[in-house]
Design a protein around this ligand. Structure first.
Ligand code: F6R
Length: 238
């Protein structure tokens, strides 16, 4: 595991963008695993900037997102599909983008289809992750056992509360989601975990205790052979 502590969130995004630049140079047809949430927004901005400057080309690459609320239509402004279009997909030239469908009538069949698509693409080359305050990755919530494949999950109170900031008082917040399982996250060739802000200092400290807490899903990442954790000073407790 490699840990990089950055002075600021901006630096963190630049360091992460450098990893993408290296990845696409080495393998232009990379399969990228992507995340939503606040943390990757600055990275996505930097990737867009580099694309517009002609420094990055995604035309041979494709992506799979980690998760999507369920049920939700992709046109709903709170859906992760909508978020990704706004924050990244509409502004760069990825050849193909995939997100689990929150509108699927049969969520189990949708999860099986998503797993199959990831396998057909040859698995994820570079997986981007954020971390929940409770240590969740994707929407793999703290538990004593974990799904290998994509699955429908009931969100914990901690995750619902953390994401409530995105919802207006009159908007119904979904309590379930479709998420990639630990299996596809783990079989990614490289993983980057971004952690930013003082509110994540406690979970960051726990992550770096050097113990595998089975009820902190992100701890499982410490077993991955090619994991880079990029934290800003605040998340690092400085
Ligand atoms: C998002 C996802 C989540 C977030 C996590 C952190 O696709 O899978 O695991 O990465 O909840 O969210 P932020 O970045 O908003 O703190």
């Amino acid at each position: 595991m490699k840990k990089i502590v950055c002075e600021s969130y901006k630096d963190m995004c630049r360091v992460a963008a450098d990893i993408y630049t290296g990845q696409l140079k080495e393998k232009p047809n990379s399969v990228l695993g992507l995340a939503t949430g606040s943390t990757p927004i600055g990275l996505y901005k930097e990737l867009i900037r580099r694309y517009e400057a002609g420094e990055l080309d995604f035309s041979n690459a494709q992506s799979f997102n980690l998760d999507e609320y369920y049920p939700i239509d992709s046109t709903h402004h709170q859906s992760y599909a909508y978020f990704m279009n706004e924050q990244l997909f509409d502004k760069i030239n990825l050849s193909k983008t995939q997100i689990p469908s929150g509108a699927a009538t049969d969520p189990m069949a949708e999860c099986a289809r998503y797993d199959e698509e990831i396998c057909k693409a040859g698995g994820i080359d570079l997986m981007l992750l954020g971390i929940g305050h409770n240590g969740h990755i994707g929407f793999n919530e703290p538990a004593t056992s974990y799904h290998v494949g994509a699955h429908l999950v009931s969100l914990t109170e901690s995750s619902i509360n953390a994401n409530s900031r995105f919802f207006g008082a009159d908007e119904k917040q979904p309590t379930e989601a479709l998420t990639m399982g630990i299996g596809h996250i783990f079989s990614a060739k490289k993983i980057i975990l971004l952690i930013s802000g003082a509110a994540k200092a406690e979970i960051t400290r726990k992550l770096f205790e050097g113990m595998i807490h089975t009820d902190v899903p992100a701890c499982l990442l410490l077993l991955h052979p090619n994991l880079t954790i990029i934290v800003d000073k605040e998340a690092n407790g400085e």
